[in-house]
Write a protein that binds this ligand. Structure first.
Ligand code: PLP
Length: 389
């Protein structure tokens, strides 16, 4: 079989590969603490589950419009307008199976051979994968520990050329938990407006913030018409397996992205969309409770990691990840992550799973119980003490 060349340019998400390695160890009888996968460990709110069951009973079990159910798109438009201080309606919204397809579709829709895309590095690996797949030139923008994993505006300016088609922003951020300030976003907006560049604003962790506030670049002057907001239900409502997300963009672009939905998956399961409607309307109390619990865990793990000699860890203001610096051990991030898995039974991800600027760091997802986090920190402490002996 002769595969298309473009397949050699497609990357992946190593979280799933580490999960397989960890499961193999468990099959041999080893106990593994899973801190590799980025998904809330809470159950989906029960009202949301009931709404999905009711929707199945009511017959929401057939094809629907590619862009999504009108009532959900209207609810999303109201929610996004209120939380970002903008004014959009249902014509701006495309509902997709998870938020990830919005990256896929948008990059396919915009990026041509040789177009440059600036994206955060370390960052969600699918950005780089999709830029390469579409034939674009990935231009990594380093996120710097010394700036609490924000970028240096001068480095951003140096990377903009007349081939820059798209800038990807993710705040709060995976894998660092970093949060961009209004000034950071204003710097990007100024460039985007002046140079006619589109911005993909990945706001999937927008409700999971402990310190500071979420700012959307879409609310800055001149940005609403050139921003695509990516958001969804996976992280906020503990609905990763339901596959429900959305993009918010100018109606002209929305029509093209909807056509990509028609060409690929036809539509998102309508009973899942009805569950999303319930989540937006009635699950905000559960969201606050989950965020409060994440905050408790963040406070615990960040402090506990900093107490381990040789590890240095920035306190992350958002998402549910910490990104500790492990450079003092003189190992690559990937070797260090393998060492933790094999010798301590703690599954984490190498910082380089998120790009070259992740070297020297590991990503820990603290979407796990306090008990398991305490066990993991204890094991990591022991494992690195034997390294330093
Ligand atoms: N964007 C970021 C930054 C993420 O970390 C993730 C999931 O890990 C997604 C988007 C995708 O979310 P979904 O599961 O809704 O496709």
């Amino acid at each position: 079989m002769k595969l298309a060349k473009r397949l050699s340019r497609l990357g992946t998400e190593t979280a799933f590969e580490v999960l397989v390695k960890a499961k193999a160890l468990e099959a041999q009888g080893r106990d593994v603490v899973h801190l590799e996968i980025g998904e809330p460990d809470f159950p989906t709110p029960s009202g949301v589950v009931s709404a999905a069951n009711a929707a199945i009973e009511q017959g929401y079990t057939h094809y629907c419009a590619s862009a999504g159910l009108t009532e959900l798109r209207e609810a999303i438009a109201r929610e996004v307008s209120a939380t970002r201080n903008i004014s959009v309606d249902a014509d701006w919204v495309v509902v997709t199976p998870g938020a990830k397809p919005i990256m896929f579709y948008l990059i396919l829709a915009l990026v041509e051979e040789g177009d440059e895309v600036i994206y955060p590095n370390p960052g969600f690996p699918i950005y780089e994968s999709m830029i390469n797949f579409a034939g674009g030139e990935p231009v990594p923008l380093p996120l710097l520990e010394k700036f609490d994993f924000r970028f240096d505006v001068n480095q951003l300016r140096e990377r903009v050329t007349n081939r820059t088609k798209l800038i990807i922003v993710n705040s709060p951020q995976n894998p660092t938990g970093g949060l961009l300030t209004e000034d950071d976003l204003a710097a990007i907006a100024e460039i985007a407006v002046k140079r006619d560049i589109v911005v993909l604003s990945d706001e999937i962790y927008g409700k999971i913030i402990y310190d500071g506030r979420h700012h959307s670049i879409a609310s800055l002057p001149g940005m609403i018409e050139r921003t695509v907001i990516l958001d969804g239900f996976s992280k906020t409502y503990a609905m990763t397996g339901w596959r429900l997300g959305y993009g918010v963009m100018m109606p002209l672009l929305q029509a093209h992205i909807s056509r990509l939905v028609t060409n690929s998956v036809s539509c998102t399961a309508p009973f899942t969309q009805r569950a999303g409607l319930e989540a937006l309307a009635n699950a905000q109390k559960e969201v606050s409770e989950m965020v409060a619990e994440f905050r408790r865990r963040r406070d615990f793990i960040w402090k506990a990691l900093n107490e381990i000699p040789g590890i240095r860890c920035v306190c992350p203001p958002g998402a549910f990840y910490v990104f500790p610096n492990i450079k003092s051990f003189g190992m690559t991030s990937s070797a260090f992550a393998d060492y933790l898995l094999n010798s301590a039974g703690v599954a984490v991800l190498s910082g380089t799973s998120f790009g070259e600027h992740g070297e020297g760091y590991i990503r820990i997802s603290y979407a796990n119980s306090m008990e398991n986090l305490a066990k993991a920190v204890e094991r990591i402490g022991q494992a690195v003490r034997s390294l330093r002996r």
